[in-house]
Design a protein around this ligand. Structure first.
Ligand SMILES: NC(=O)c1ccc[n+]([C@@H]2O[C@H](COP(=O)([O-])OP(=O)(O)OC[C@H]3O[C@@H](n4cnc5c(N)ncnc54)[C@H](O)[C@@H]3O)[C@@H](O)[C@H]2O)c1
Ligand SMILES: [Zn+2]
Ligand SMILES: [Zn+2]
Length: 367
């Protein structure tokens, strides 16, 4: 098969590699029908995530078709269309039992395109298939569900739910990339009073308005603290979501939150930020951090099914899976290409042959 292989900082190639095989009885092999690229993949390529070994296939977001299952897999079978999410759950450890799959200590958590081969490939081995994949409901396309693999649950759980957004709240979101925009979209589920989007790029701020933000601030040419204070009678925002991952943006978040308010950090930080306790200590501010658990995936899936959430606007560019390298170039040059998420699709293949029934039929009249 072919896959996007990381060969060390700055080096990647769409190349031939061996097909994956079942290793553990709880594994499934999934044919990748649709995948996408995450900002984190770009971080890996910059060398910011040193634990990723050269030779690893990248990618942690996909929709695919099960082609083979291990002897221990009981809830999915060949032919099933499944969402393969960025987080894998062993289903057995202390954290998985509490739906904190991101913290899994049983071999799951963020493993795809990180500690094991990922999903930007024609085929992938999916560990703990029973507890980690989600069947795609009939009537939903791959593109309807692909953004549930990462950005939607991340923004919803680590931003909106950790931030405790309430009806009427003023919510400030710093960073209007895919994650910040997904935070705008999912914050609206709670009917906030006002959403303020803050970013350095005017094109991203225009997108934020399209996604439902009410006010935008370009902190490159406006003073974000003064603007937020002006909009909130000098108090600050009820909830501030950090969706960039830089020391200055985290520090901006703690300066624009109101006394008693909440700062939800979503950004992945490569450098330490300053926590200004000398001003924060008496302001009753709550700060949360987190890696996504993806525990809200079934809930978000229902909202997409009922069309209460429409992820379509995230898909700005489409490529054939074979063209993954061009897709990386377009995604990495987002400032010029205005890319949000690129959708990579495999050539459509004929449906898998009907599987012979393995379960014994129950005679009529026997319960
Ligand atoms: N916690 C988690 O589980 C989790 C999961 C996925 C991604 N993330 C992280 O979330 C963050 C956002 O992801 P993304 O894909 O949207 O990233 P992105 O790089 O596409 O978007 C970041 C946005 O921030 C803006 N920005 C950059 N510097 C800024 C500044 N000084 N002030 C204001 N805006 C600024 C950029 O213009 C851009 O629009 C990243 O750090 C990513 O690694 C976290
Ligand atoms: Zn990601
Ligand atoms: Zn676990």
């Amino acid at each position: 098969m072919k896959a996007l292989v990381y060969h060390g900082p700055g080096q990647r190639a769409w190349e031939a590699v061996p097909d994956p095989v079942l290793v553990d009885p709880t594994d499934a092999i999934v044919r990748i029908d649709t995948t996408t690229i995450c900002g984190t993949d770009l971080h890996i390529l910059k060398g910011d995530v040193p634990e990723v070994e050269p030779g690893t296939i990248l990618g942690h977001e996909a929709v695919g078709t099960v082609v083979e299952i291990g002897a221990g897999v009981t809830t999915v079978e060949p032919g099933d269309r499944v969402l393969v999410s960025c987080i894998t759950s062993c289903g057995r450890c202390q954290f998985c039992k509490q739906a904190q799959y991101g913290l899994c200590t049983g071999g799951g958590g963020w493993i795809f395109g990180h500690t094991i081969d990922g999903l930007q490939a024609e085929l992938a081995r999916v560990p703990f298939a029973d507890t980690s994949v989600y069947k795609v409901p009939d009537g939903l396309s791959d593109e309807d569900v692909i953004f549930l693999a990462d950005i939607l649950p991340t923004a919803f759980e680590v931003g909106v739910l950790n931030g405790g957004v309430q009806p009427g709240d003023t919510v400030a979101i710093v960073g209007a990339g895919p994650i910040g925009l997904a935070a705008v979209m999912t914050a609206k589920l709670f009917t906030p009073g006002r959403i303020i989007a803050i970013d350095l790029a005017d094109a991203r701020l225009e997108k934020a308005l399209e996604f439902g933000a009410d006010v935008t601030i370009n902190n490159g040419n406006e003073d974000p603290l003064a603007r937020v204070m002006e909009l909130t009678q000098g108090l600050g925002a009820d909830v501030v979501i950090e969706a960039v991952g830089m020391p200055e943006t985290f520090e901006l978040c703690t300066s624009i939150v109101r006394p008693g308010g909440r700062v939800a950090n979503v950004g992945v930080h490569g450098h330490s930020a300053t926590l200004h306790l000398e001003t924060l200590w008496r302001r009753d501010v709550t700060i949360t951090t987190g890696l996504v658990d993806t525990a809200t995936t079934p809930q978000l899936l229902k909202l997409i099914e009922s069309r209460r959430l429409d992820p379509a606007p995230f898909a700005t560019h489409r490529f054939a899976l074979d063209d993954t390298e061009t897709a990386y170039d377009v995604f990495a040059a987002a400032a010029e290409t205005h890319a949000l998420k690129v959708v990579l699709s495999a050539e459509p293949v004929p449906a898998l042959p009907e599987r012979t029934a393995v379960r014994e039929s129950v005679p009529a009249g026997v319960a």
